[in-house]
Design a protein. Structure first.
Length: 170
């Protein structure tokens, strides 16, 4: 399995207790809905397949217990790891207008006239809003909100902006 074939769904941020449980910062609101027990841990270019023994919600985190990881020493070895799954193991989306953020990574950004402005380099979240970092002639950030996003075409990997004059002048 190669890292490019996997979708990151969370990151192990620290231990939870002393019996091998970890706190996971989820990258999706669907982490608890993922039915697959086998996941992949990615750290330092290495990929390790592990099995989830149990998972539960705790405050803003998901608490996960992996089989074979039973103490703080073993948890410390995997702290900072990304948790990933195969694309086909992602839960089905309920609405035809829903998509995963990984679907728009590397998408082409256009204005309403069809001119290419840049390409999505990466995405991060601040509060409730996702921010697209776009590289073109220069690097800029676009809040992923209706005020600036006119349309998203997942099949073409294209995002069309509106009010781009206001946005690009910031």
């Amino acid at each position: 399995m190669k890292e490019k074939d996997l979708i990151s769904i969370g990151k192990i941020v620290r231990h939870q207790g002393k019996y091998g449980e970890v706190r996971v910062k989820s990258f999706t609101d669907n982490l608890l809905k993922i039915k697959k027990d086998n996941v992949f841990l990615i750290k330092g270019g290495e990929i390790r397949e592990v099995k989830i023994q149990k998972k539960r919600l705790y405050k803003d985190y998901i608490i996960v217990k992996f089989e074979g990881i039973d103490n703080l020493t073993e948890v410390e070895k995997i702290r900072g790891s990304l948790i990933a799954i195969k694309r086909e193991d992602l839960p089905s989306l309920e609405d035809k207008y829903e998509f995963y953020l990984c679907d728009i990574e590397d998408a082409i950004i256009k204005n309403k006239k069809g001119d290419i402005i840049g390409r999505v380099d990466y995405i991060f979240q601040t509060g409730e809003i996702f921010i697209l970092v776009v590289k073109g002639e220069k690097e800029f950030m676009i809040p992923f909100v209706e005020d600036y996003i006119l349309s998203v075409d997942i099949k073409k990997k294209e995002i069309v902006l509106q009010n781009e004059e206001e946005l690009l002048s910031l």
